[in-house]
Design a protein around this ligand. Structure first.
Ligand SMILES: Cc1ncc(COP(=O)(O)O)c(C=O)c1O
Length: 346
């Protein structure tokens, strides 16, 4: 009954989401703190209007976000999480048999989106400095879309804006900069979008705004690009509660600044303590770190942590390496992690 692409594809497997129990959850890069209380207030207010359909374009959010990002509201398209924005982009730009390019290692969902579309994909390895190699810039027949997660997952590393501009210059297709983690990094590519219709930025409220459960993301693109993408999205792809909650969250920038600085401080502490325990840790610009241990196998450390109630993400990239991606938790959660790790690697 199914299309051959669906039969052939391997499903995207997200990190474990136990719905009960007291596990310390450091496996899916959620924010360890609750969101601004203004979100709950806004959702309570909106819940009295649920008999109506929501605004199909999420205009209240777009106006609030436009003010924060210093762009026009017509440059913003809302999504049911940024994964929805990535789906819309893939459907809009990539036809059957055409190609998507993205770095390796990077976000595994890009592969799933390509497979679902019946498209091909090229995973081009990052060099040993986690930068794009010359191969990444090479024009190729049928290349219709490039994804650059920045900061990258699982490495937490950055690609410079010069490289993004060079890509947009040298390739014929749109360059999507997936900025799921950008609030934990020094700069955003949103400033590049106004002058370059080929650059599209996707963002999420799941990480820095602590709203993974709400499902709200958005993209920033040239207004003409946005108006074409509106044709591709589901008509009501964001609901009334999520639009209201997301609008309240993005309007509270002082909460964001305070949260981000707490997370970054813990990230720096985690990095140095993990190194003291014999881990090699890549300098991260996101809310997680990638690490491997010099003596102990990552898979065994993951399993032992899980047995003791701490979930981290074990990832295996056959063309690169396997290792642990550990999300930044609260200071107490990281204290507990370090205590158990000290015991495991002793
Ligand atoms: C690189 C990257 N992009 C996008 C997403 C999706 O975020 P969401 O759909 O929650 O907005 C994630 C989630 O982990 C991610 O790691």
């Amino acid at each position: 009954m199914f299309r051959p692409e669906v039969v052939a594809m391997s499903p995207y497997v997200p990190g474990e989401q136990p719905q009960t129990g007291k596990a310390i959850k450091l496996n899916t890069n959620e924010n360890p703190y609750p969101p601004t209380p203004k979100v709950a207030e806004a959702i309570a207010l909106a819940s009295s209007r649920l008999e109506r359909y929501p605004d199909p374009l999420g205009t209240a959010f777009r106006i609030a976000a436009a003010g924060v990002l210093k762009v026009d509201a017509d440059m913003i398209l809302c999504g049911n999480g940024s994964d929805d924005c990535l789906t819309i982009l893939t459907r809009a730009f990539v036809g059957h048999g055409q190609k998507i390019r993205f770095p390796s290692p990077s976000y595994i969902l890009y592969r799933t989106l390509a497979e679902l579309q019946g498209a091909r994909f090229e995973e081009v390895s990052l060099n040993d400095q986690f930068q794009l190699s010359d191969e990444f810039f090479r024009p190729s027949d049928d290349l219709r879309l490039v994804y650059i997660p920045n900061p990258n997952s699982p490495t937490g590393t950055l690609i410079s804006h010069d490289q993004i501009l060079r890509l947009a210059d040298e390739l014929d297709c749109p360059v999507v900069v997936d900025e799921a983690y950008v609030d934990f990094a020094p700069e955003s590519a949103v400033s590049l979008v106004s002058n370059n219709p080929k650059i599209i930025v996707t963002r999420t409220l799941s990480k820095s705004y602590a709203l993974a459960g709400l499902r709200f993301g958005y993209l920033v693109a040239h207004p003409e690009v946005v108006s074409m993408l509106r044709k591709v999205k589901d008509s009501y792809n964001t609901d009334m509660l999520s639009i209201s909650g997301a609008t309240a969250a993005i309007s509270d920038q002082s909460w964001l600044r305070e949260n981000v600085s707490k997370v970054i401080k813990t990230r720096e502490r985690m990095t140095s303590e993990l190194r003291t325990l014999g881990f090699s840790v890549i300098e991260s610009h996101a809310n997680f770190v990638w690490c491997t241990h010099t003596k102990h196998a990552s898979k065994l450390i993951y399993e032992e942590l899980k047995r003791r109630g701490i979930l981290v993400r074990y990832m295996n990239y056959p063309s690169w390496m396997d290792g642990l991606r550990i999300s930044v938790g609260t200071n107490e959660q990281i204290d507990a992690l370090m205590l158990v790790l000290r015991d495991i690697v002793a």
